[in-house]
Design a protein around this ligand. Structure first.
Ligand code: PDD
Length: 279
C-alpha cells in the first residue's frame, strides 16, 4: 500500500516523520476523511474546502492544496482501489524544535495522504439501527476545526465501545450536540432537527448533504437544540458522517427510541443517500 508523504509516494511502512513533528508533539494540525465510492473520490472539493478553512484558522500555510486531490487520485490508481474506500489527509505545522509558538518562517507543513479500500459497517446496522450512549462534552470550543487533537472523542468513543454501543453523543449544558465522529439528527412530528453549525460542532459534509436530500424529499429540516431530557420524545434519531453514512439510532443509554426500530424518515434518507452515490 503506497501513501503520499511530503511530495513522495512511498510504501506505508516506510513513511516516517521526525519525532519533533508538531502533529506528534502538540496535535498541531488538521485532518480530513473522505470516501471513495466506485473507485472515485466522493465530495472531495467540500472536504478540501473545509481543510482550507481549518488551515486558515490555525494559520498553517499550505501552498498546494490542489496537490492533495492529485495525490489522492494517484493513490487510488496505484493501490487499485476500484470499489469502496477512504481517503485520509493530515496536514501539520511541520517539524521544528519543541516550543509552543510557531516555528521559524519557511518550516514546511507535513502533508500525509492515504487512500485504501474500506469495508462498510455491516448492513444489519443500517437495517436494524445501532445503540448510542450520552457522554459529557469536554472538548474545546473550536469543534468546527477538524483538529487532530481528538482525545475527548477517543475517550467518548471508547466508552461507547465498552458499553457495546456504536457512538457516544456529546452533551453540553443539557443539549445533545453531536457524536464523537458523526453529527446527530432528531425527527419529531415529521421535521428534522440538528445542532446549529457553530463553534460547538463539526459541520459535517454529510450533514450538508442530508439537508439537500431532505429538501428533495420534501422533509422540513432545521437547525435547533435537541435537549437530553427530551431525547425520548423524538420519533427518530440518526447519525450522519463520512464513514457512518446515515445510521439509525434505536437505543440511547439502554432505553429504546419509540419501539426500537429505525424510523421511516431515516430509512428514506438512507435510501436517497445510497441512490445518489456514484457506482
Ligand atoms: N469524523 N462530527 C465529528 C466530531 C466528526 O469527527 C465527524 C467526522 C463528523 C461528520 O462529518 P462528515 O460528514 O464531514 O464526515 C461530525 C470523521 C469521519 C472521522 O473522524 O473519522
Amino acid at each position: 500500500m503506497l501513501v503520499y508523504l511530503n511530495g513522495r509516494y512511498v510504501p506505508a511502512a516506510e513513511a516516517t516523520i521526525p519525532v519533533d513533528d508538531r502533529g506528534f508533539l502538540f496535535a498541531d494540525g488538521v485532518y480530513e476523511v473522505a470516501r471513495i465510492y466506485g473507485g472515485r473520490p466522493y465530495l472531495m472539493e467540500a472536504h478540501l474546502q473545509r481543510m482550507a478553512e481549518g488551515l486558515e484558522a490555525l494559520r498553517i500555510e499550505l501552498k498546494d492544496l490542489d496537490g492533495i486531490a492529485a495525490a489522492a487520485e494517484r493513490l487510488i490508481q496505484e493501490n487499485g482501489v476500484d470499489g469502496d474506500g477512504t481517503i485520509y489527509i493530515q496536514v501539520t505545522r511541520g517539524a521544528a524544535p519543541r516550543k509552543h509558538a510557531f516555528p521559524a518562517a519557511g518550516t514546511e507543513p507535513t502533508v500525509y495522504v492515504a487512500a485504501k479500500p474500506y469495508t462498510n459497517h455491516p448492513a444489519s446496522w443500517f437495517e436494524d439501527g445501532v445503540e448510542a450512549i450520552t457522554f459529557p462534552d469536554t472538548r474545546w470550543s473550536r469543534c468546527d476545526i477538524k483538529s487532530i487533537a481528538l482525545l475527548p472523542n477517543v475517550l467518548a468513543n471508547q466508552a461507547a465501545h465498552a458499553a457495546g454501543a456504536f457512538e457516544a453523543l456529546f452533551v453540553r449544558d443539557g443539549v445533545v450536540i453531536e457524536g464523537s465522529h458523526s453529527n446527530l439528527w432528531g425527527v419529531r412530528r415529521g421535521r428534522l432537527i440538528t445542532y446549529p453549525a457553530s463553534n460547538y460542532i463539526l459541520a459535517g459534509i454529510t450533514r450538508s448533504l442530508v439537508f439537500e436530500l431532505a429538501d428533495e424529499l420534501d422533509v422540513p429540516a432545521e437547525e435547533g437544540m435537541i435537549y437530553r431530557e427530551d431525547l425520548f420524545e423524538y420519533d427518530e434519531l440518526f447519525l450522519s458522517g463520512t464513514t457512518t453514512e446515515i445510521m439509525p439510532i434505536v437505543r440511547v443509554d439502554g432505553r429504546e427510541i419509540v419501539d426500537g426500530e429505525p424510523g421511516p424518515i431515516t430509512q428514506k434518507l438512507l435510501k436517497a443517500y445510497r441512490d445518489q452515490l456514484p457506482r
